[in-house]
Design a binder for this molecule. Structure first.
Ligand code: ZN
Length: 324
Protein backbone atom coordinates (compact mmCIF):
# COMPACT_ATOMS: atom_id res chain seq x y z
CA UNK A 1 0.00 0.00 0.00
CA UNK A 2 1.24 3.48 -0.86
CA UNK A 3 2.22 5.51 2.19
CA UNK A 4 0.46 8.76 2.96
CA UNK A 5 3.58 10.81 2.31
CA UNK A 6 4.39 9.19 -1.04
CA UNK A 7 0.75 9.56 -2.06
CA UNK A 8 0.93 13.22 -1.17
CA UNK A 9 4.22 13.72 -2.98
CA UNK A 10 2.87 12.10 -6.13
CA UNK A 11 -0.36 14.06 -6.00
CA UNK A 12 0.82 17.38 -4.70
CA UNK A 13 4.53 17.66 -5.52
CA UNK A 14 4.88 21.22 -4.25
CA UNK A 15 4.04 20.28 -0.67
CA UNK A 16 7.05 20.47 1.60
CA UNK A 17 6.38 17.58 3.91
CA UNK A 18 6.48 18.34 7.63
CA UNK A 19 7.71 21.87 7.01
CA UNK A 20 4.88 23.84 8.35
CA UNK A 21 6.35 27.17 7.33
CA UNK A 22 5.85 26.27 3.67
CA UNK A 23 2.15 25.78 3.47
CA UNK A 24 0.32 24.63 0.42
CA UNK A 25 -3.28 23.49 0.29
CA UNK A 26 -3.91 20.71 -2.22
CA UNK A 27 -7.65 21.41 -2.33
CA UNK A 28 -9.31 24.07 -4.44
CA UNK A 29 -12.56 23.65 -2.47
CA UNK A 30 -14.43 23.25 -5.73
CA UNK A 31 -15.10 19.56 -5.27
CA UNK A 32 -15.58 17.09 -2.43
CA UNK A 33 -12.49 15.06 -1.65
CA UNK A 34 -12.13 11.56 -0.26
CA UNK A 35 -10.53 10.18 2.88
CA UNK A 36 -7.18 9.41 1.21
CA UNK A 37 -6.65 13.01 0.13
CA UNK A 38 -7.74 14.35 3.51
CA UNK A 39 -5.53 11.91 5.39
CA UNK A 40 -2.49 12.71 3.24
CA UNK A 41 -2.97 16.47 3.65
CA UNK A 42 -3.39 16.30 7.41
CA UNK A 43 -0.44 13.93 7.76
CA UNK A 44 1.74 16.36 5.83
CA UNK A 45 0.75 19.11 8.24
CA UNK A 46 1.82 16.99 11.21
CA UNK A 47 -1.63 15.84 12.37
CA UNK A 48 -1.87 13.46 15.28
CA UNK A 49 -3.77 10.19 15.07
CA UNK A 50 -6.29 10.10 17.90
CA UNK A 51 -8.02 6.87 16.93
CA UNK A 52 -8.24 4.09 14.39
CA UNK A 53 -11.63 3.05 13.04
CA UNK A 54 -13.13 -0.38 12.47
CA UNK A 55 -12.11 -0.19 8.81
CA UNK A 56 -8.59 0.88 9.80
CA UNK A 57 -8.86 4.53 8.91
CA UNK A 58 -7.18 7.21 10.98
CA UNK A 59 -9.04 9.80 13.01
CA UNK A 60 -6.72 12.80 12.91
CA UNK A 61 -6.47 16.02 14.85
CA UNK A 62 -4.42 19.03 13.98
CA UNK A 63 -3.15 21.54 16.53
CA UNK A 64 -2.65 25.05 15.23
CA UNK A 65 -1.37 27.96 17.29
CA UNK A 66 -0.30 28.44 20.87
CA UNK A 67 -2.31 29.28 23.97
CA UNK A 68 -5.65 28.26 25.49
CA UNK A 69 -7.57 25.76 23.41
CA UNK A 70 -10.63 25.82 21.17
CA UNK A 71 -11.77 22.59 19.53
CA UNK A 72 -13.53 22.17 16.19
CA UNK A 73 -14.90 18.73 15.37
CA UNK A 74 -16.42 17.94 11.98
CA UNK A 75 -17.60 15.04 9.87
CA UNK A 76 -19.31 13.11 12.65
CA UNK A 77 -22.33 12.49 10.43
CA UNK A 78 -21.26 10.82 7.21
CA UNK A 79 -23.74 12.37 4.79
CA UNK A 80 -23.05 15.96 5.88
CA UNK A 81 -20.23 16.45 3.39
CA UNK A 82 -20.21 20.23 3.85
CA UNK A 83 -18.88 19.75 7.38
CA UNK A 84 -15.44 18.17 6.75
CA UNK A 85 -14.85 20.37 3.70
CA UNK A 86 -15.58 23.54 5.67
CA UNK A 87 -13.33 22.32 8.49
CA UNK A 88 -10.52 21.73 5.96
CA UNK A 89 -11.06 25.25 4.67
CA UNK A 90 -10.56 26.52 8.22
CA UNK A 91 -7.43 24.36 8.56
CA UNK A 92 -6.05 25.91 5.38
CA UNK A 93 -6.71 29.41 6.67
CA UNK A 94 -5.36 28.84 10.17
CA UNK A 95 -2.14 27.08 9.17
CA UNK A 96 -1.37 30.09 7.02
CA UNK A 97 -2.49 32.56 9.66
CA UNK A 98 -2.92 31.16 13.18
CA UNK A 99 -4.92 33.15 15.70
CA UNK A 100 -2.47 34.88 18.05
CA UNK A 101 -2.68 33.69 21.65
CA UNK A 102 -4.98 30.77 20.93
CA UNK A 103 -4.72 27.12 19.91
CA UNK A 104 -7.29 25.60 17.60
CA UNK A 105 -7.46 21.81 17.62
CA UNK A 106 -9.34 20.63 14.55
CA UNK A 107 -10.70 17.15 13.87
CA UNK A 108 -11.93 17.55 10.28
CA UNK A 109 -13.25 14.02 9.78
CA UNK A 110 -14.39 12.19 12.90
CA UNK A 111 -16.27 9.49 10.99
CA UNK A 112 -14.07 8.49 8.03
CA UNK A 113 -15.63 5.02 7.61
CA UNK A 114 -19.14 6.40 7.30
CA UNK A 115 -17.93 9.21 5.06
CA UNK A 116 -16.31 6.83 2.60
CA UNK A 117 -19.40 4.61 2.61
CA UNK A 118 -21.57 7.63 1.80
CA UNK A 119 -19.29 8.32 -1.19
CA UNK A 120 -19.69 4.85 -2.66
CA UNK A 121 -22.94 5.33 -4.57
CA UNK A 122 -26.20 7.26 -4.60
CA UNK A 123 -27.83 4.42 -2.65
CA UNK A 124 -25.38 4.96 0.22
CA UNK A 125 -25.16 8.76 -0.12
CA UNK A 126 -27.40 9.46 2.87
CA UNK A 127 -25.61 7.18 5.32
CA UNK A 128 -25.22 8.93 8.65
CA UNK A 129 -23.60 6.54 11.13
CA UNK A 130 -20.21 4.85 11.44
CA UNK A 131 -19.73 1.30 10.08
CA UNK A 132 -19.46 -0.63 13.32
CA UNK A 133 -21.17 -3.96 13.85
CA UNK A 134 -24.25 -4.07 16.01
CA UNK A 135 -26.17 -6.95 17.52
CA UNK A 136 -28.37 -6.95 14.44
CA UNK A 137 -27.60 -9.30 11.56
CA UNK A 138 -29.14 -6.86 9.13
CA UNK A 139 -28.17 -3.40 10.27
CA UNK A 140 -24.86 -1.83 11.11
CA UNK A 141 -23.61 1.53 12.27
CA UNK A 142 -23.91 3.71 15.35
CA UNK A 143 -24.76 7.41 15.45
CA UNK A 144 -21.55 8.63 17.09
CA UNK A 145 -23.29 11.80 18.23
CA UNK A 146 -25.68 9.71 20.36
CA UNK A 147 -22.88 7.69 21.96
CA UNK A 148 -21.48 10.18 24.48
CA UNK A 149 -22.27 9.52 28.11
CA UNK A 150 -24.76 12.26 28.76
CA UNK A 151 -28.38 11.24 28.79
CA UNK A 152 -27.16 8.22 26.83
CA UNK A 153 -29.95 5.93 25.69
CA UNK A 154 -32.73 8.36 26.58
CA UNK A 155 -35.24 7.40 23.95
CA UNK A 156 -36.58 10.93 23.63
CA UNK A 157 -33.42 11.70 21.68
CA UNK A 158 -32.08 8.51 20.15
CA UNK A 159 -33.00 4.96 19.20
CA UNK A 160 -31.92 1.59 20.52
CA UNK A 161 -32.86 -0.03 17.23
CA UNK A 162 -29.65 -0.69 15.23
CA UNK A 163 -31.55 -0.15 12.00
CA UNK A 164 -32.33 3.47 12.86
CA UNK A 165 -30.18 6.48 11.96
CA UNK A 166 -30.07 7.58 15.59
CA UNK A 167 -28.96 4.22 17.04
CA UNK A 168 -27.00 5.10 20.17
CA UNK A 169 -24.80 1.99 20.32
CA UNK A 170 -24.59 -0.84 22.80
CA UNK A 171 -23.47 1.44 25.62
CA UNK A 172 -21.97 4.89 26.18
CA UNK A 173 -18.47 5.09 24.70
CA UNK A 174 -18.99 1.88 22.71
CA UNK A 175 -17.51 3.58 19.61
CA UNK A 176 -13.90 4.38 18.86
CA UNK A 177 -14.88 7.73 17.37
CA UNK A 178 -16.62 9.00 20.53
CA UNK A 179 -13.82 7.61 22.72
CA UNK A 180 -11.24 9.39 20.55
CA UNK A 181 -12.97 12.75 20.96
CA UNK A 182 -13.37 12.14 24.67
CA UNK A 183 -9.67 11.35 25.10
CA UNK A 184 -8.64 14.41 23.13
CA UNK A 185 -10.83 16.72 25.21
CA UNK A 186 -9.97 15.18 28.58
CA UNK A 187 -6.23 15.61 27.90
CA UNK A 188 -6.54 19.37 27.43
CA UNK A 189 -6.34 21.63 30.45
CA UNK A 190 -7.92 24.83 29.24
CA UNK A 191 -10.58 24.23 26.59
CA UNK A 192 -12.64 27.36 26.13
CA UNK A 193 -14.79 26.52 23.12
CA UNK A 194 -16.03 23.32 21.55
CA UNK A 195 -17.80 23.39 18.19
CA UNK A 196 -19.33 20.36 16.49
CA UNK A 197 -19.94 21.07 12.80
CA UNK A 198 -22.99 19.66 11.04
CA UNK A 199 -25.32 20.52 8.18
CA UNK A 200 -27.85 21.59 6.98
CA UNK A 201 -29.95 23.80 9.26
CA UNK A 202 -28.01 27.06 8.87
CA UNK A 203 -28.00 27.49 12.63
CA UNK A 204 -25.71 27.97 15.61
CA UNK A 205 -27.08 26.03 18.54
CA UNK A 206 -26.14 25.86 22.18
CA UNK A 207 -26.82 23.21 24.85
CA UNK A 208 -28.65 21.41 26.12
CA UNK A 209 -29.52 19.19 23.19
CA UNK A 210 -31.02 16.40 25.29
CA UNK A 211 -33.65 18.45 27.08
CA UNK A 212 -35.73 21.55 26.57
CA UNK A 213 -34.72 22.93 29.96
CA UNK A 214 -32.82 26.18 29.72
CA UNK A 215 -29.12 26.52 30.53
CA UNK A 216 -28.48 28.69 33.59
CA UNK A 217 -26.15 30.88 31.55
CA UNK A 218 -28.42 30.95 28.51
CA UNK A 219 -27.90 34.65 27.94
CA UNK A 220 -24.14 34.25 27.65
CA UNK A 221 -24.48 31.29 25.30
CA UNK A 222 -26.96 33.24 23.20
CA UNK A 223 -24.65 36.27 23.10
CA UNK A 224 -21.67 34.25 21.87
CA UNK A 225 -23.77 32.38 19.29
CA UNK A 226 -25.09 35.72 18.05
CA UNK A 227 -21.56 37.10 17.81
CA UNK A 228 -20.73 34.27 15.44
CA UNK A 229 -23.96 34.65 13.51
CA UNK A 230 -23.60 38.43 13.17
CA UNK A 231 -20.03 38.09 12.01
CA UNK A 232 -21.08 35.62 9.30
CA UNK A 233 -23.95 37.87 8.25
CA UNK A 234 -21.85 41.02 8.01
CA UNK A 235 -18.95 39.44 6.13
CA UNK A 236 -20.60 36.67 4.12
CA UNK A 237 -24.21 37.84 3.87
CA UNK A 238 -26.02 34.76 5.05
CA UNK A 239 -28.04 34.69 8.26
CA UNK A 240 -27.63 31.79 10.68
CA UNK A 241 -30.41 31.14 13.14
CA UNK A 242 -29.39 31.12 16.80
CA UNK A 243 -30.99 29.13 19.60
CA UNK A 244 -31.05 26.10 21.84
CA UNK A 245 -30.19 22.86 20.08
CA UNK A 246 -33.20 20.90 21.39
CA UNK A 247 -35.52 23.69 20.30
CA UNK A 248 -34.20 24.55 16.83
CA UNK A 249 -33.40 20.93 16.04
CA UNK A 250 -34.92 17.80 17.53
CA UNK A 251 -34.05 16.53 21.01
CA UNK A 252 -30.82 14.53 20.88
CA UNK A 253 -29.37 12.49 23.74
CA UNK A 254 -25.75 11.39 24.14
CA UNK A 255 -24.27 14.29 22.15
CA UNK A 256 -20.73 15.60 22.27
CA UNK A 257 -21.68 19.19 23.12
CA UNK A 258 -23.84 18.21 26.09
CA UNK A 259 -21.13 15.89 27.40
CA UNK A 260 -18.32 18.41 26.92
CA UNK A 261 -20.28 21.06 28.75
CA UNK A 262 -21.78 19.04 31.55
CA UNK A 263 -18.94 16.66 32.39
CA UNK A 264 -15.91 18.67 31.29
CA UNK A 265 -17.26 22.07 32.25
CA UNK A 266 -16.50 23.64 28.86
CA UNK A 267 -18.77 26.64 28.93
CA UNK A 268 -19.06 27.48 25.27
CA UNK A 269 -20.17 24.42 23.34
CA UNK A 270 -22.08 24.69 20.07
CA UNK A 271 -23.56 22.63 17.30
CA UNK A 272 -22.94 24.68 14.19
CA UNK A 273 -25.09 23.48 11.30
CA UNK A 274 -23.95 24.77 7.93
CA UNK A 275 -26.47 25.84 5.30
CA UNK A 276 -28.37 23.76 2.86
CA UNK A 277 -32.04 23.92 3.89
CA UNK A 278 -32.97 24.15 0.22
CA UNK A 279 -30.68 21.39 -1.03
CA UNK A 280 -30.43 19.24 2.08
CA UNK A 281 -27.22 17.27 2.37
CA UNK A 282 -26.47 17.63 -1.35
CA UNK A 283 -24.56 20.87 -1.13
CA UNK A 284 -23.51 21.92 -4.66
CA UNK A 285 -19.74 21.83 -5.06
CA UNK A 286 -19.62 25.51 -5.98
CA UNK A 287 -20.96 26.29 -2.48
CA UNK A 288 -18.10 24.56 -0.64
CA UNK A 289 -15.88 27.61 -0.47
CA UNK A 290 -18.78 29.78 0.67
CA UNK A 291 -19.64 27.56 3.64
CA UNK A 292 -15.93 27.27 4.41
CA UNK A 293 -15.68 31.05 4.63
CA UNK A 294 -18.73 31.15 6.90
CA UNK A 295 -17.24 28.62 9.28
CA UNK A 296 -13.95 30.54 9.28
CA UNK A 297 -15.85 33.70 10.20
CA UNK A 298 -17.50 31.91 13.11
CA UNK A 299 -14.08 30.65 14.25
CA UNK A 300 -12.64 34.17 14.10
CA UNK A 301 -15.55 35.64 16.01
CA UNK A 302 -15.55 33.07 18.80
CA UNK A 303 -11.75 33.29 19.06
CA UNK A 304 -11.99 36.91 20.19
CA UNK A 305 -14.28 35.84 23.02
CA UNK A 306 -12.21 32.77 23.91
CA UNK A 307 -8.98 34.73 24.30
CA UNK A 308 -10.56 36.97 26.93
CA UNK A 309 -12.43 34.27 28.79
CA UNK A 310 -11.06 32.25 31.67
CA UNK A 311 -12.31 28.74 32.21
CA UNK A 312 -10.56 28.43 35.56
CA UNK A 313 -13.75 27.54 37.42
CA UNK A 314 -14.26 24.36 35.52
CA UNK A 315 -14.29 21.17 37.59
CA UNK A 316 -11.58 18.53 37.45
CA UNK A 317 -12.76 15.70 35.19
CA UNK A 318 -13.28 12.38 36.94
CA UNK A 319 -13.99 9.44 34.68
CA UNK A 320 -16.44 7.42 36.71
CA UNK A 321 -16.58 4.66 34.09
CA UNK A 322 -12.89 3.85 34.39
CA UNK A 323 -12.07 0.51 36.01
CA UNK A 324 -10.27 0.93 39.28
ZN1 ZN B 1 -25.18 16.11 11.95
Amino acid sequence: MQSASSLLKSKFPSVALNKRWIIYCPFDFKSFVGYNEIEAYLTALGARVIGCTKEQRKIQSLRIGDGPVCVLEAGVHAREWASPMAALYVVDKLVNKPIPGLTWIIVPLLNPDGYEYSRKSMSTRFWKKNMNNTKSRWCQGVDINRNFRIGWGDLAGCSKNPCMDTFCGLGPWSEVESISMKSLLVEERDVRVYISVHSCLQAIMYPPAHSTEKAIDLEELETVAKEMSNSIKSRCGREYQVGQSSVIDKIASGTSIDWARQELGIKYCFNLALPGPDVGYLLPEDEIEKVGKELHEAVNAVSLIAINFSNSDKPEYVDITKDT
